[in-house]
Write a protein that binds this ligand. Structure first.
Ligand code: AMP
Length: 131
C-alpha cells in the first residue's frame, strides 16, 4: 500500500477533515497556509486523469463539499484547487484557502504548525463538513 492508502485506512495517522466510503480528506503536513487540505480516493490510483469519468466526477463532488467546509473554517477569498502529484504517487487534490495568488506558490517556505494547531484546524473543517 502507498502512504496515502495507509492514511485513508488509518494505518498512518493524519489530521482528518472529511471522509465517505470512497474518499478521504486530511491536512497537508507541510501546509502553504492554514487549512491546506488534501483530498484522495481510497482506491489506489496514481494519476488523477487515469480515473474513470464517473469516479472523477464523484471525486470532484466530494472535493467541492470539502472546499465549502474549508472556506467556512478558514475564511479566505477563494479556495484554490491544485493537482500536482509529483511527490506522492496517489491521486490527490490540494485545497488551499487563499487570500492572494502568493498563497499558492509551492516554492515558498511551508508553515510550521504545532500538533494542537493542526488538530484544531482539522476539527473545525470536519465539523463544517458534517453540517
Ligand atoms: P505532490 O505529490 O507534489 O502533490 O505533493 C504531495 C503533498 O503531500 C505535499 O504537499 C506533502 O506535504 C504532502 N504529504 C506528504 N506526506 C504526507 C503525510 N504523511 N501527511 C500529510 N501530507 C503529506
Amino acid at each position: 500500500m502507498d502512504i496515502f492508502s495507509k492514511i485513508a485506512a488509518g494505518e498512518i495517522p493524519s489530521y482528518k477533515c472529511a471522509e465517505n466510503d470512497e474518499f478521504y480528506a486530511f491536512l497537508d503536513i507541510n501546509p502553504l497556509v492554514k487549512g491546506h487540505t488534501l483530498v484522495i480516493p481510497r482506491r489506489e490510483v496514481d494519476y488523477i486523469f487515469d480515473m474513470e469519468d464517473d469516479e472523477i466526477a464523484r471525486f470532484q463532488q466530494f472535493a467541492k463539499k470539502v472546499a465549502v467546509a474549508v472556506k467556512a473554517a478558514c475564511p479566505c477569498v477563494k479556495v484554490a484547487e491544485v493537482v500536482l502529484g509529483l511527490e506522492v504517487p496517489h491521486a490527490h487534490i490540494h485545497l488551499i484557502p487563499m487570500q492572494s495568488e502568493a498563497d499558492v506558490d509551492f516554492r515558498k517556505e511551508k508553515l510550521k504548525l504545532t500538533e494542537e494547531e493542526f488538530k484544531a484546524i482539522a476539527d473545525k473543517i470536519y465539523s463544517e463538513f458534517k453540517k
